[in-house]
Design a protein around this ligand. Structure first.
Ligand code: SF4
Length: 388
């Protein structure tokens, strides 16, 4: 698991957001907006950068030059060209963007009007509008060549029109970048808000909205919010009426598996026009750890139910994706929908995976699942059982 947050040493200079530069021959005029990343020993240091970022891989401590600088722990040796970091005045670093990763997700707020049993980012009832200010600073630093970014929370729509302004800024700064927003969809039950969202006219923006059951009471129980199902469905209908892209997200656990085929039927009959249905494995973090016994079910034990749900959606011609599952724990008949999806910074494989011949096709595990629970039915592929 990549370290994204840590205490620094020897911060001499201002805090703030910095885009990293590794090219020592960058023209002088361009250096004033960038921080120079020093891997190993670069001598003499190229002059004119706003900050010098040393990686303390060799226990260099604070033995740095007389320049504005910061020393990061050796675990940050993965940082590279065009990555963006934030340094706080009290000496902490947080990695906000990694240019080499396809999994950049920007947290917008920790506030939410749901309290989901399996929330990976437990909501906090605090004023965190400072995060929006940070996102406004971050977006212009992200390279224009970036293929996709995500926005997540909490509930990004918690900030209403202010978040729509963030989306407008993203469109202006990154005109070719796809955007994915995770939202519970309830704010779009307001037709006026849905209209304002649609008027952004982004060329490639998908909303990922969870629907956990065809039974409103069961959905409301999973998200711990009475009335949520009704608002979410009305939000989805408003968005599709305005021709916005919507992906339904269904996290699979004990509370959702039992009715999954019925939910697939419900979606196919009532929401056939959504753009994709994602069936997602459970990440054992946040509230899931507290509610483990009422949520955890081994993917090996629901593989046939998963096949049935994928089959129903496919029969109706719906696009379906299976995320966050080890490949050997799904049936062959869902492989057409299988996606290697776990973000690279929290993705691992089990010791049993070492001899597997299909490791490169497999999404593996969340790091937290490896620590707390994973299936004892993992079965590495070998050449002779590749097609089993
Ligand atoms: S054994 Fe192979 S298919 Fe199974 S989880 Fe490991 S790498 Fe994936």
């Amino acid at each position: 698991m990549l370290k994204l947050h840590a205490r620094t040493t020897a911060l001499r200079g201002p805090g703030g957001l910095f885009s990293l530069e590794t090219r020592a021959d960058l023209p002088l005029v361009l250096r004033q907006s960038k921080a120079f990343l020093v891997h190993g020993s670069v001598r003499p240091l190229p002059l004119g950068f706003v900050l010098y970022v040393f990686i303390d891989a060799e226990g260099r401590g604070d033995q740095t030059e007389d320049v504005p600088c910061v020393v990061l722990p050796g675990e940050f040796a993965y940082l590279g060209q065009d990555d963006v970091i934030r340094l706080t005045d009290d000496g902490y670093v947080r990695v906000l963007f990694r240019a080499s990763s396809p999994h950049n997700s920007i947290l917008v707020t920790e506030q939410c009007n749901h309290y989901c049993l399996m929330c990976s980012q437990p909501p906090k009832n605090v004023d965190d509008s400072w995060i929006l200010r940070e996102v406004r600073q971050l977006l212009p630093l992200i390279p224009r060549s970036t293929k996709q970014i995500g926005f997540t929370g909490g509930e990004p729509m918690f900030f209403g029109d202010e978040f729509l302004d963030i989306l407008r800024l993203a469109k202006a700064c990154l005109p070719q970048t796809s955007i994915h927003v995770l939202s519970n969809g309830r704010r779009f039950a307001d037709p006026r808000f849905a209209q304002h969202f649609a008027e952004i006219e982004h060329h490639d923006l998908m909303l990922g909205i969870p629907v956990y059951s065809d039974d409103p009471a069961r959905h409301d129980y999973v998200v711990q919010a009475p009335g949520a199902f009704d608002e979410t469905i009305r939000g989805i209908l408003n968005l599709k009426r305005l021709k916005q892209k919507v992906e339904l997200r269904i996290v699979l656990h004990k509370q959702t598996i039992e009715r999954l085929p019925k939910l697939a039927e419900f979606v196919a009959r009532n929401l056939l026009f959504v753009d994709q249905v994602a069936l997602m494995g459970l990440e054992i973090t946040g509230f899931t750890r507290a509610n483990f016994d009422s949520l955890w079910i081994d993917p090996a034990d629901y593989r046939d139910v998963l096949s049935e749900a994928v089959g129903i959606l496919a029969a109706y011609g719906m696009r379906c994706a299976v995320y966050n599952h080890p490949l050997c724990l799904v049936n062959r008949d869902v492989e057409h929908a299988y996606v290697k999806s776990i973000s690279d910074w929290k993705n691992e494989y089990a010791p049993e995976c070492a001899p597997c011949t299909r490791k490169s096709d497999c999404g593996g595990f969340f790091t937290s699942n490896i620590k707390h629970a994973y299936s004892n039915k993992i079965r590495p592929f070998f050449e002779y059982n590749k097609d089993v």
